[in-house]
Design a protein around this ligand. Structure first.
Ligand code: OAD
Length: 246
């Protein structure tokens, strides 16, 4: 009976995804977990003796930029060895059949783009972008970096092009996301604990605007209760099944 209910739920979600006129997908670290990228929360979310939440702060960078660069260089090196997994590939296949789909990600690893998604908005920036702490210089850079990389334009310190706690999201990104979410008829949320704002509120905005909301996550989250559909399990198993044959 339980298995039949699950199959029926999967079929309904599949029909919703294939029939969506305006589809928004929000992803988090759980979508990259099966590629070998550690998630933030839980026992795997630790680096040396630090919690990522304590390192992803502008004050931490001002206090000890070398420590923070060591953390980001470790993540760049780790992610550089990772490949997109079946969850990423399923979302790239979904975009091919629904070209107007917007994929909003909290991930900074670039794996959605590597899997083939074109319409991606990175809410929290990218590990592969560097920004000057003083001038407006920015660059995409995938090479090994020195312990304290310097701006080629003004020689001041470069920082990772990611959004830290207490910082604003990149200009224009949030308004674009909110506009698109408010017009969506289906919103799929995958692999996020839904505790970090504003990403955690996007499904509420979608639902208030009339969208059907779907969650795919290893375990229930803060948002599971109000989702129209919640499917619990590995994103790399569930997403390919939802997208197959669409
Ligand atoms: P979290 O680490 O908070 O949550 C990851 C979620 O993915 C958890 O609910 C896990 O249960 C789930 N999960 C793990 N493996 C999975 C799998 N194979 N399939 C499906 N789900 C799986 O990551 P985020 O919600 O993305 O921000 O974290 C949000 C933000 O907090 C990050 O972008 C980062 C962090 O601090 C900044 O750095 C600004």
């Amino acid at each position: 009976m339980i298995a039949e209910n699950l199959i029926a739920k999967m079929q309904t979600v599949k029909a919703l995804l294939s029939g969506a006129r305006s589809l928004v997908v929000l992803t988090g670290a759980g979508v990259s977990a099966e590629s070998g990228v550690p998630t933030f929360r839980g026992t795997d979310g630790l680096w040396e003796e630090y919690r990522p939440e304590d390192l992803a702060r502008p004050e931490a960078f001002s206090r000890d930029p070398e420590l923070i660069w060591r953390f980001y260089n470790w993540r760049r090196e780790l992610v550089g060895r990772c490949e997109p997994n079946p969850a990423h590939l399923a979302l790239a296949a979904l975009e091919r059949q629904a070209p107007e789909m917007l994929l909003v990600t909290q991930n900074v690893d670039g794996l959605h783009q590597r899997a083939g998604n074109r319409n991606v908005l990175e809410l929290h920036g990218s590990l592969w972008r560097l920004q000057c702490t003083v001038c407006t210089y920015e660059e995409e850079n995938r090479t090994d970096l020195p312990p304290l990389p310097a701006c080629p334009r003004c020689n001041n310190l470069l920082r990772p092009g990611v959004v830290w706690f207490g910082e604003q999201l990149p200009a224009g990104v949030l308004s674009t996301v909110l506009d698109t979410v408010a017009k969506a008829d289906v919103m799929l949320v995958a692999g996020t604990s839904s505790v970090v704002q504003p990403a955690a509120s996007l499904a509420h905005v979608a639902k208030r605007s009339g969208a059907v909301t779907i969650e795919v996550n290893l375990e229930p989250t803060h948002n599971t209760g109000f989702m129209d559909f919640a499917l619990h399990g590995r994103a790399g198993e569930i997403l390919p099944q939802l997208v197959e044959g669409i």
